[in-house]
Ligand binder design. Structure first.
Ligand SMILES: Nc1ncnc2c1ncn2[C@@H]1O[C@H](COP(=O)(O)OS(=O)(=O)O)[C@@H](OP(=O)(O)O)[C@H]1O
Ligand SMILES: [Mg+2]
Ligand SMILES: [Mg+2]
Ligand SMILES: [Mg+2]
Length: 349
């Protein structure tokens, strides 16, 4: 099964969404940020990105039914207090489409934008094709001016078959990735993978892609590990105890969003740990794209008990104690260290 057409559509959708996000991040004002009912932040970029991804997928894949599982909904935007934000989102989406120039369309109305955002309500599951979108992953990082990602994946009968991840603030770093070597400060990466075809990375402004691979380090002493920037999203006492057991010498690299999966896929570090304290239900859009980008680059992504992630259960992931990712050589010792540290924690509480 080839997913060429879907990949072209997904790369286009995510690239346009990323350019909308970059524009917003540059000139972010307080009125661009709202708080959701779970107290987590959402910005006009999260909404605009979701609307534009839907718009591009519909245009590019007009002969396919589109089922979309996406993070944002329009509850806040439909209230009187959301009117200014809705106007701003509509303007941003129309400007982004018209600056790109690929699509001839009369300007989208506020109602078109609400409909596009609300199209992300699919329940997911194991039947047929489901697109999975995190329009801005790492919204807190986005607001802080740090790392964030636009993450889009495709499920086919419950399995992730395609993933595209834009990381607008991630350094291109691998100086060899473009024919014309980017300057050391150049940022903006687009990672993508389809099942069985490996993972590629190119610059967001359109260099030729290169294949990327996870680190082949087999000795954890030489490895470094990624974890969330936000303290509340992973248990740091546990990750540091695991790192100690493994003999990892380097300090943790803390980064927002699925940019961690992108960085892992090209071997910037060798391990990613995300371990939960309180019960926390992971969402499929926080991991689907990142997961295939790492596995197609030769890595493994599992829950803390070593089970592969199951994206076929609906909008949520049923994971035990958290998520870990690394290469094949390090996985057995990582799993052992995770198990021992979890047991020690349980026996001391
Ligand atoms: N308590 C808790 N535990 C674990 N994860 C949580 C928690 N709360 C939120 N989230 C989700 O984390 C997403 C951000 O990803 P990261 O943790 O990798 O980045 S960050 O360091 O927090 O910025 C973030 O995604 P976005 O909402 O898209 O930003 C959330 O879905
Ligand atoms: Mg997210
Ligand atoms: Mg998000
Ligand atoms: Mg969010």
């Amino acid at each position: 099964m080839s997913y060429d057409k879907e990949l072209t559509a997904a790369k286009k959708a995510v690239s346009l969404a990323a350019s909308l996000c970059q524009k917003v991040q540059k000139e972010l004002s307080q009125s661009d940020v709202q708080s959701k009912s779970d107290k987590s932040p959402v910005t006009v970029a999260d909404y605009g990105s979701q609307a534009i991804v839907r718009f591009v997928l519909e245009r590019e894949l007009s002969d396919e039914p589109l089922s979309l599982v996406a993070e944002e909904d329009t509850e806040k935007l439909r209230k009187d207090s959301g009117e200014d934000a809705l106007q701003r989102i509509t303007k941003l989406v129309n400007e982004t489409i018209s600056n790109d120039g690929s699509y001839i369309t009369s300007p989208l109305s506020t109602e078109d934008i609400l409909t596009a955002i609300d199209s992300g309500k699919s329940k997911g599951g194991s039947l047929g094709r489901q697109w999975v979108l995190d329009p801005v992953d790492g919204t807190k990082g986005f607001i802080r001016g740090d790392q964030y990602a636009v993450a889009l994946a495709l499920l086919d009968n419950g399995k992730v078959v395609l993933g595209v991840l834009a990381c607008p603030n991630l350094p291109l770093a691998l100086a060899s990735i473009t024919g014309n070597a980017p300057s050391e400060n150049a940022v903006g990466c687009l990672f993508y993978a389809t099942v069985g075809s490996g993972t590629s990375m190119q610059s967001l402004d359109g260099s030729s892609p290169v294949k990327v691979h996870v680190s082949d380090i087999g000795n954890a002493e030489d490895a470094s590990f990624f974890e969330s920037y936000e303290k509340a999203h992973s248990m740091r006492d546990l990750t540091s105890s695991i790192a100690r057991k493994l003999g990892v010498k380097a300090p943790p690299v803390r980064m927002d969003s699925q940019a961690k999966y992108g960085a892992l896929s090209r071997g910037d570090g060798a391990i990613y740990m995300r371990l939960h304290d309180k019960p926390y239900t992971e969402k499929i859009w926080d991991h689907a794209a990142g997961c295939i980008i790492v596995t197609e680059a030769g890595g493994l992504v599992t829950d803390a008990a070593g089970q592969p992630l199951d994206f076929s259960k609906g909008r949520y992931l049923d994971v035990v104690s958290g998520i870990i990712a690394t290469n094949e050589k390090l996985m057995p010792s990582l799993l052992k260290a995770v198990r021992e540290s979890l047991e020690e924690k349980d026996s001391s509480s």
